[in-house]
Design a protein around this ligand. Structure first.
Ligand code: ADP
Length: 192
């Protein structure tokens, strides 16, 4: 599941994962949990996350690889916020290839930038996430355009179908759009 900050990626990913019956593997949530627990990874990640930058690829890759090795991930997962760079995508392809698995569906949630800004600043007053500041958001948008948008091109070049979903509107309606588009895909739903 791809989408810029504020696109509703996390909300939609958790709902779609429930409907598919696969674990929701959210890189951002896992990192925030490392920060909350004060682990070595969390201590390294926190200042980077607060400034809106990306945590180094090798740290994130190790974290996700560990998660994919857990028994509940055997029949597939919904990845949210990973891969976020082309090197992460290439590493993921190798990791999955070794398991005879692949990225089956690439979902891109699309929301205009002005709407993203309004949503994030509203979320800041509700959830108090330490990276939901005007500067943090601006930086995350730059990083999304520079580092994450090329990941979609990577999958397009590999011949994977990219399903673009309009991320504006009613939350339930958007979930339904995603589920419908997955049903129309020939690739097996639910495998990674
Ligand atoms: P959002 O999509 O709103 O930016 P996330 O919860 O997905 O929120 O990510 C929050 C932050 O966690 C990112 O800005 C980044 O610092 C870090 N992060 C999450 N996923 C990755 C990743 N795959 N690689 C590097 N950093 C990541």
């Amino acid at each position: 599941m791809f989408g810029p900050p504020g696109s509703g990626k996390g909300t939609q990913a958790s709902r779609v994962a429930v409907q598919l019956g696969v674990p929701h593997v959210a890189a951002g949530d896992m990192l925030r949990s490392e920060v909350a627990r004060g682990t070595a990874l969390g201590r390294e990640a926190k200042p980077i996350m607060d400034s809106g930058g990306l945590v180094p690829d090798d740290l994130v890759v190790r974290m996700i690889d560990g998660r994919l090795n857990e028994p509940d991930a055997r029949l597939g997962v919904l990845l949210d916020g990973f891969p976020r760079t082309v090197p992460q995508a290439i590493t993921l392809d190798k990791m999955l290839g070794g398991r005879k698995e692949m990225v089956a569906n690439v979902i891109s949630l699309e929301v205009p930038e002005q709407e993203l800004k309004t949503r994030i600043l509203k979320r800041a007053t509700i959830e108090g996430r330490s990276d939901d500041t005007a500067e943090g958001l601006a930086q995350r948008l730059v990083v999304y355009r520079q580092d994450t948008a090329p990941v979609l091109e990577h999958y397009r070049a590999e011949g994977r179908r990219i399903v673009a979903i309009d991320g504006v509107g009613d939350i339930d309606a958007i979930t339904e759009r995603i589920m419908k588009s997955l049903q129309h895909n020939d690739a097996p739903v639910g495998s990674a």
